[in-house]
Design a protein around this ligand. Structure first.
Ligand code: FMN
Length: 200
């Protein structure tokens, strides 16, 4: 029997939008840039802020940004960390034991417009680089949702989540995403699964 299309309601933009959302969920994948979900305004009020010394955390930050939209900013120290790895490890160790707050050059013109902050960093000496501590001291994340992600060589999130909780007592801290540095390039599905598991 031939289907009588006239009996069906004309598909509206909302139908396509709903179809897109259902398909994305059914596929078990987060929406990619350009998908109906993003077109529906995902990304509004979202900031991806990350620190990266050798590029691993930047790779994950860009994956997250591609999926959730919003703004992305790099947390940078005014005085760059030494290019020599061992010298960097030593400086990071000294900064940690001194509870230092190295100056950062990152400027967020209007932190108030963000509801969710994806905060990324490499694990350094079991926690965040001290420049990220400076970021959290400079910009209050109280009242915001914070989704931390970390790349590491075996320590996972370390004590970074406890440190974020201590520095941002008024923030809603979500479960973090740890990714091994050597796995960042193939971490797309892990990032998708994490984004699906958190409500931000
Ligand atoms: C100063 C320094 C300290 C580090 N400390 C740790 C650590 O305590 N635990 C760990 O698993 N990895 C540690 N690493 C390895 C980095 O966390 C890992 O290579 C990370 O993916 C680097 O990210 P990036 O490329 O974004 O800088 C350290 C690396 C550096 C440079």
């Amino acid at each position: 029997m031939k289907r009588d299309d006239t009996t069906l309601p004309a598909p509206t933009r909302r139908h396509f939008l709903r179809l897109g959302i259902c398909s994305a969920l059914a596929l078990g994948a987060m929406p990619l840039a350009g998908s109906p979900v993003l077109a529906a305004g995902k990304g509004e009020g979202v900031l991806v802020a990350y620190f990266s010394y050798s590029g691993n955390t930047r790779t994950i930050a860009e994956m997250i940004h591609q999926r959730v939209g919003g703004d992305i900013v790099e947390i940078k120290a005014v005085k760059p960390y030494p290019a020599d790895y061992d010298a960097c490890v030593e400086q990071a160790k000294q900064e940690l034991s001194a509870n230092a707050y190295p100056q950062i050059s990152t400027v967020i013109p209007d932190m108030g417009k963000y509801r969710t902050v994806f905060l990324g960093y490499p694990c350094w000496w079991g926690t965040m680089p001290r420049a990220v501590f400076t970021f959290l001291k400079t910009y209050s994340l109280n009242g915001k949702t914070v989704a931390p992600f970390c790349t590491h060589g075996g320590s996972g999130m370390g004590s970074s989540e406890a440190d974020i909780r201590r520095l941002c007592p008024g923030a809603r801290l979500l479960e973090g995403l740890p990714v091994r540095g050597r796995s960042v390039k193939s971490a797309g599905k892990t990032v998708d699964a994490w984004l699906q598991s958190i409500v931000f």
